[in-house]
Design a protein around this ligand. Sequence first.
Ligand SMILES: Nc1nc2c(ncn2[C@@H]2O[C@H](COP(=O)(O)OP(=O)(O)OP(=O)(O)O)[C@@H](O)[C@H]2O)c(=O)[nH]1
Ligand SMILES: [Mg+2]
Length: 441
Amino acid sequence: MRNAALEHAALTLGTAGHIDHGKTALVRALTGVDTDRLPQEQARGMSIELGFAPLLLPGGRRVSVVDVPGHERFVRTMVAGATGIDFHLMVVAADDGVMPQTLEHAAVLAALGIEQGVVAITKCDRASPRRAAAQAAELLPGAEVVACSARTGEGVAAVAAALERVAERVTPRAEGRREGAAVLHVDRAFTIHGAGTVVTGTLWSGTLAAGDTLALLPAQRLVRVRSLQVHDQPAERAHAGQRVALNLAGIARRDVARGDALADPAAALTPTQVIDATLDLRGDLHGRRVMAHHGTRAVPARLAALGAGLWQVRLEAPLLAAAGDRLVMRSVAPPDTLGGGTVLDPRARRHGRRPDVLARLERLRRGEPEPSRAAPPAAAAAPGPATAAAPSAPALERGAIELAERLLAAGHEPLSRSQLGAAVGASARADPGGRRRPDQP
Ligand SMILES: Nc1nc2c(ncn2[C@@H]2O[C@H](COP(=O)(O)OP(=O)(O)OP(=O)(O)O)[C@@H](O)[C@H]2O)c(=O)[nH]1
Ligand SMILES: [Mg+2]
């Protein structure tokens, strides 16, 4: 790389905090960029969409900033922005203190596993920071608290210095995902006159280059990367953790939106509707209908408790999740963040609390590798002396084994006719009439 400032691993900083507490004003004081670009945002003096700006820290390190809206109606947008960040800038106004979306954004950060960050007590030209600082320190213990004013500029350099200290110690979330297949969750899609469809997002894993063919999900269409930018600069290649803009060929603007994902077709990322996860949630939520947020997407889901912090998330529309990804759960009404956790099995079957299924999830939670699933289940293999004594016993056909697996995995949950249908159909196809009972015609 040409510029020493770019030699550090790519890091993204996300703002957080209640409406009107001064997030956008502080980002402008730090970066010189007004992230409230939309006419409605300027007219209403309020952020609606995610805003982006590059931040050059005092020591020369460059990080990307995602500025989120604070309005309670836009928490979904906030989650979509926070999903790709490495550390946070929680903004609390000195004259208002900790407010509902301060708490909710803190809960979202916790659910996403974003522990490191800085608290800025803004508007110190208006009120003493003391009360707000004490409240914020209680909410986010461990974060450095810095008083400042975006209006007078006082303390802004101290905020930048505190951010730099965190940037030095934070582990980039993309670390360990650089070698993987490319995945990007789209946070904006728009048209640039003369260029066509452009999407932006934080590159979640792998690398991307002009000319690459990607699968657009959940539509499962192929698109081609015509050109790309990293941090607003044309680039040949983008790496995991960087903010990228992709000019896409083969797709109209109306056919791509925030919440879609672009993935290397080899990524094996497919739309999924049943997820097994380890979740840390407030209250008894078994059977509750919630909003499940993943990547830049949110869909309604029903929660089934499996015990010991293990949950099955049954989605009403697909998510594009992989094992190890973070999930955030919010209540549908009243809107509130209930907690979150990590995907263990992104393509689970509907099942209950069967001991063998739970043992497998516990293994996944401990990070142990999956035993090969190619081996037939014990029930179908009929092990024991009888097998040894009768090596000529006919093997069960594939359809019967599939059916047995489905019934075992279902536990106490009855399978629907359509769920059974495929396996029964496979069984019938595998055995075209050869083993009918003698009394059947
Ligand atoms: N006096 C004073 N006013 C400030 C300061 N920071 C922001 N403001 C004002 O507070 C209002 C809200 O600031 P924003 O930066 O838009 O707040 P925000 O947190 O981005 O708001 P949302 O994005 O809508 O959640 C604006 O009128 C700002 O000019 C400050 O340090 N001192
Ligand atoms: Mg704002």
